[in-house]
Design a protein around this ligand. Sequence first.
Ligand code: 5AD
Ligand code: SF4
Length: 433
Amino acid sequence: MSAPKKLYIKTYGCQMNVYDSERMAEALAGYESTDTPDDADMILLNTCHIREKAAEKVYSELGRYKGLKADKPDLKIGVAGCVAQAEGEEIMKRQPMVDLVVGPQSYHRLPELEAKARSGQKALDTDFPEEDKFEHLKSRPKAKRGPTAFLTVQEGCDKFCAFCVVPYTRGAEVSRPADRIVSEARDLVERGVREITLLGQNVNAYHGHERGLAGLIRALAEIEDLKRIRFTTSHPNDMDDDLIAAHGDCEKLMPYLHLPVQAGSDKILKRMNRQHTRDDYFRIIDRLREVRPDLHLSGDFIVGFPEETEEDFAQTLDLIERVKYGSAFSFKYSTRPGTPAAERDQLPESVKDERLQRLQALLVSQQRSLQDAMVGKTVNVLFEKPGRLPGQMVGKSEYLHAVHVESDTLIPGDLRSVRIVESGPNSLKGVLN
Ligand code: 5AD
Ligand code: SF4
């Protein structure tokens, strides 16, 4: 028998791509994974199109594989993900060394595409097929897993924020049926998983359960050895009453919520087509904190959106001051082809740079003070792996802070009560209670 071929996948962008990369590796059953392109028989770039220079990044990465391909003519190179969806044909034309292009909705067709590429033909599939790719993907092999896993439950978006390519690259909102998700979750738990993060571009718009995402979370909470549930990423308008209530009464749902608002001025929110006001956002946060006072919030922010004045930006800073975020991601607005805001007059880059710096300074200081405030408190830590120093184990608290503890007895998957004794640059130090 010949040795299995080797597959190298490089993943860009969000957690949904991380999940997709795992599933693609499983779909290509004849391959085993390698973590370097050097010995690979197939290289797959799982790309992200959310911000600018996405395609350029892909081309420059491809350029680095030229030598490999020259040395090993059998090496197949594929591009997957959202850049593949948006620019697949163009990539094939511009970069002849690409053998295979596959969009995010067609991964279940990878085995046929791979066979086609192996036979020397170009293979391209960027359809939005009728069939459910998850059902067609080979079920996960029963190998042991680490304590945390992602599970995609929903894809696509119908919101059409004026800056965003997702509705175009990932298509309309689609939810997977709850019973399938519960059985996939059971399978993960049997293999050692203790925490599942439910993923979706608009995960709280999930409608594969009659009671929406809250219904799904409650169904998953019944799985005894599943200890923690998280979900990301959400839109404020889909935070329904039941989901808010679940933060108060579902013990396994962690007190950490990523709820992007993008901007703090009503004028910009309207121009962004977010379909809610800043007060709507405050009201949701107030209700969440009423049922779960220790909730940590995370968000996404865009600065320098067209027509953003200094006054509008000050409103974003004010919103951040009021909410107090445990963590956040922030970006300069970048024009995305085909989206409405790309056609509008743009702000100078220097203004965007300067605003981003001020915004990030505020977010970092908030993050820091919330992390420092954990000292002296008791948290629950799900341990994931050994730390950098011998005898150390690292895990995450319910608020998603990394916590390290000195112990020779802990193993990955242990969930233990820990008292925080120190706050370092990127993590907390604790002792077992
Ligand atoms: N420019 C800058 N940031 C963007 N995002 C999405 N589209 C753009 C864009 N055109 C950010 C949003 C979103 C996150 C995933 O990426 O903040 O929530
Ligand atoms: Fe993009 Fe808005 Fe949909 Fe989020 S809600 S994926 S930002 S269009």
